[in-house]
Design a protein around this ligand. Sequence first.
Ligand code: NAD
Length: 508
Amino acid sequence: MTATMPQRVTAITLPERSVFIDGSFREVDGATAAVVNPATEETIATVASVGAEIVESVLAAARRGFETWSRTSVSDRADALDRIADAMERHGAELAAIATSEIGMPIRDARAGQVDLPVRVLRSTAAIAREYPWDRRDGAGSSIVREAAGVVLAITPWNFPVHQIITKLAPALAAGCSIILKPAELTPLTALFVAALCDEAGIPRGVVNVVTGRGSVLGEALLQSRGYEVVTFTGSLAVGRHIGAVAGDAIVRATLELGGKSPAIVLADADLQTAVETTVRNCFVNAGQKCNAPTRLLVPRERTDEAAQIAARVAESYVIGDPTKESTTMGPMVSAAQRDIVSGFLGDAAEQGARIVTGGERDRWNRGFFISPAIVSNASRDSRIAVDEVFGPVLTVLGYDGEADAVTLANDSEYGLSAEVWSADPGKASAVARQIRAGQVRINGVRTPALPVSPFGGYKRSGLGRELGVFALDEFVEIKAVLGDPILDAGTGADAAVNVASGPVVRA
Ligand code: NAD
């Protein structure tokens, strides 16, 4: 099954009703769900849609997996991540094709974002794990031991399906945790494919488990089971709030990666053409279905019309259509519902006096959930289109009066996931970046570095915790202080006063 699984997935002949538990795919009875290709509206697979009946067995498998995996050496676990990366590279073309058929992401973007990037996350996490301060001595002569937190419940969304799984799975596995993954309803195939890759990479039974089903049924049942030590979630604010409340009540750790309404501040001295063009392209990645998309373009008030015109030209240059074609630069929305949400936002904005400079067209295509990318101007600062997350290809241009107002406007949001600053003056860009209440600030259009280790996560309602790099690993470890540790006292003598950050690695 596992060796042939990727081929079967590629052919959209996934074993029906299968979940991955305790190291193998198991066919299960009961409800199923159709996976629909949003570009063609055709059903491409039928998967299991399990519920509460699966919870006991998957928790038991993950608990057994944890007992063995948490006792493995760090180097074994890091090597395992590299083997998953190897498998993902081997099957990269198949995986990208599945991502494209599940969410309509243009194939070029799927290769870059759903294969190349997760491979780099796996490899960089492996490297970080090898250097992580698992066991250090503090200035008081105690050992500070970092240990696997336990069983991890991971609940992921559909928009960057593989990347969002790997940003949780890689650090959890590196820490020695086992994982139960509940992917989004719309993207079960990529998740099952990742399970097959883990199997091919020789990850032991029970360490990685993937179950598919509805959030309100399976997700809720897993959440309420309280049989895990960490819950890590990426998705909407509403569901994140609920998960955080349950985790709080259960006193388990929760990391929440939620929504955004990210600003791009173009300061008066910036090159407007470059800043606007780059911001629009960044905003419209994955048809705008991106939590850190810079959806609010903040420009000096006297230049709003000029900025809107530049943005409109970029929006109109998109090649929208069949996402399997190399030349396509924008695919459909993930679902009819998502497209309708985008249309609804644009309709409301127009009613409230905003100008739809371009976009919002949906009748051009006779199948698929397409909508043309939209540029909105003249919106009031407190209107829905300027405040709420749209999660579609919509960019709103807003004018500001002076730098202080730009910062105020940028921070005037319940979210704080990401922001962009554009300036010809490095000192000024840096100073403004430090005034922004967001987990990431990108200066002059810089993109995610080849080494994806900079922390990602939100201030305010954008979430709790961080993903990527050493910060991700921190989310999956418990910290134990061993006072008067005889191993350290015997072994390190004169090093007793070293601090945690620079202390010797005693045991890897
Ligand atoms: P969603 O919150 O509806 O669903 C996310 C996941 O939660 C899915 O797997 C879903 O099945 C599950 N779920 C739903 N109800 C549940 C419940 N009661 N108990 C347990 N699990 C439940 O979000 P979505 O529509 O899949 O994704 C879009 C949203 O995700 C957007 O708001 C976007 O901003 C956000 N997002 C955030 C980030 C980030 O890193 N901050 C990344 C991508 C997407």
